[in-house]
Design a protein around this ligand. Structure first.
Ligand code: SAM
Length: 277
């Protein structure tokens, strides 16, 4: 079935008496060239195991399944799964799981895997946090997300932000291309972007990731303030100790958080860990 035809999709929804659900971020890709571009830039081969979050009606799922060994497709909406089962019938290497990805405790894939997904926009941050902190993270992710969020993720100092520092602590990030909102049905309010997160397993393994998270969360709590002000009263150190801390690691305490590099945040985390643990 041609899943790029709006008419076909509308008929499928009619057949099962359902409607796309806004609250689940259901905006389906209907542009064949975009799907092709995602597949091409994913660099996938017959040895790959791919986890797809939110397969929806299966447009991307089917194209992935033609290229890889196995697609594990996790979909929260049990009604749309009726459509998904129909469209993916006959593709033996697709495994459909009806679950909320955020509620899955442990990812039970003991092999190397990639995540490729057109994410429901409302779960982007919790999803990234979950998979980057995962004991067995994917080694690469190719994600369709909102354009503005993608642009935020790749920002560097002096324009860094909480999200860019958090993500680049774990991996390298790169915007591959943008997707106009007309390529989705129903049409969302904003354009999308495809982002690649790579080198996931190898970075900063020696740093306490949970402490790092706390340190940047506090550091960016008021992004327009001087960095030092965000730490007063927020960690177990008095004002003088906080000043000494910044002096010791040679970071100007009057800078704003957006000016600090990933290396600075790591130094800060390590020094805080020496002082409070
Ligand atoms: N992959 C399809 C495509 O590209 O056309 C659909 C993408 S649509 C943006 C997002 C999909 O994620 C929807 O099918 C939605 O039901 C599903 N979804 C939403 N929240 C989810 C969650 N927490 N866990 C798993 N799937 C979810």
């Amino acid at each position: 079935m041609n899943l790029y035809s709006k008419k076909n999709i509308i008929n499928l929804f009619k057949k099962y008496n359902i409607k796309p659900q806004k609250k689940l971020g259901q905006n389906f890709l209907i542009d064949k060239n975009i799907i092709k571009k995602i597949i091409r830039s994913s660099n996938i081969s017959k040895n790959d195991i791919v986890l797809e979050i939110g397969p929806g009606i299966g447009t991307l799922t089917i194209e992935l399944s033609k290229k890889v060994k196995k697609v594990i497709a996790i979909e929260k909406d049990k009604t749309i799964i009726k459509i998904l089962k129909e469209t993916t019938k006959g593709f033996k290497n697709i495994k459909i799981i009806n679950q909320d990805i955020l509620k899955i405790k442990k990812i039970k894939i003991n092999k190397k895997y990639k995540i490729i997904a057109n994410l429901p926009y409302y779960i982007v941050f919790p999803f990234l946090k979950k998979f980057l902190e995962e004991e067995n993270p994917p080694h690469e992710m190719i994600l369709t997300i909102q354009k503005e969020v993608a642009q935020k993720i790749v920002k560097k100092p002096p324009k860094a932000n909480f999200l860019s520092i958090f993500i680049n602590f774990y991996c390298d990030s790169k915007i591959l291309f943008f997707i106009p909102k007309e390529s989705f049905w129903p049409k969302p309010k904003v354009d999308g972007a495809v982002i690649k997160l790579s080198n996931i397993k190898n970075k900063n393994l020696e740093v306490d990731k949970f402490l790092f998270y706390k340190v940047i969360k506090i550091g960016f709590s008021s992004p327009r303030k001087k960095i030092i002000n965000n730490y007063f009263n927020n960690i177990k150190l008095n004002k003088k100790e906080v000043y000494n801390l910044f002096n010791k690691i040679n970071i100007n305490p009057n800078l704003r958080p957006e000016n600090l590099s990933l290396k600075d945040w790591i130094k800060l985390t390590e020094e805080i860990s020496n002082l409070i643990l």
